[in-house]
Design a protein around this ligand. Sequence first.
Ligand SMILES: *Cc1c(COP(=O)(O)O)cnc(C)c1O
Length: 395
Amino acid sequence: MNDDFIPLSVPFLGGNESRYVQECIETNWVSSVGDFVNRFEDMVARYVGCSHAVATVNGTAALHIALIVAGVGQDDEVIVPTLTFIAPASAIRYVGAWPVFVDVEPVYFQLDLVKLRAFFEKSCHFEGDNLVNNDSNRRIKAIIPVHILGHPVDMVELNKLARYYNLIVIEDATESLGACCGDIKTGNLSSIACFSFNGNKIITTGGGGMIVTNNGSWAERARYLTTQAKDDPLEYIHNEIGYNYRLTNIQAALGCAQMEQLDHFIATKRQIAARYQEHLGQIEGVTVAGEAPDRFSTFWLYTILIDPTITGITSRQALQSLAAHAVQTRPLWHPLYSLPPFSNCQAIDIVQANHIYERALSIPCSVSLKPSEQMLVIEHIQQLIRTGGLCRKST
Ligand SMILES: *Cc1c(COP(=O)(O)O)cnc(C)c1O
């Protein structure tokens, strides 16, 4: 690969990764049982502040199992933001339930709780203890807040809503390991939560995930379901259908080494964010990502908005020009409500997600990004918008 290429976000494996993986090979403990799996679970549980953690093969599998354990099933409905990676909505469908897509707020791009409350008040009713959607006549069972881009959802407000409407909260904390609401880490702000350790996340095991909860019997059930629902240590007795969703010891070895560096990764991501805020925050037509009061963001994936009516260029044109300068950037996810697999799902008042989708651009923010490289990215963006503006005036 070209030396000058600046990637969007790549892993940093400069700690004890090789040593721990080597240890797995030397001891022959390479598969889904081993010391590193237990150690990794303990490290994540302790870090997040939860009493239980169950490692899984990836974050999507973690969400699938969390939904089963939380009792979400056939023809239940689950609230999910429309602006997120597809995994939580897919996991809802895996259990035969239906996503109901809600818009996001315009400042931090997180689930819009004002719109959600209005939907519950105006378009749902109680039948006994169950909240029922007037439109579909189905029971709404749970909310999956997704802390996108490393910034936490307002969980104080969300948990109040969930309590009032008798809904289970399952955090999709896959993008937000280390983020906090007040002093509480994401993953410990609901009944059960999921993390991902995919290659592009803040820590990586190549691929991997984790379920965390303070509910002992839920943790036990999650462990059972992720290990093929095996009921006897010797004989092949299974009393229900389980899944092969456990993480391997080799992957967990990577995870332990990555956890040792997590605080440093977060500090670096926050420095990168501060530098972007300083240098791009002044440009008219560019909106830089910030942090809500009383919340702590990891700024996992730094994302700006480019307003084409002011800057003269669209986010997609910016992406192309930056690519020509060997700078990798990416749009945010296509709002899920308008994708084919969800064409028959309900979407509540989606406005901001479409607006953000058109304008958003995630820009380089690897832990290994050098300040000089970041300044290059900043200069390219500054120049792009200067010339974009000129082009517009001349037409
Ligand atoms: C990464 C991610 C997941 C899970 O991803 P896996 O690749 O399955 O580990 C789930 N939800 C969101 C929002 C994500 O960004």
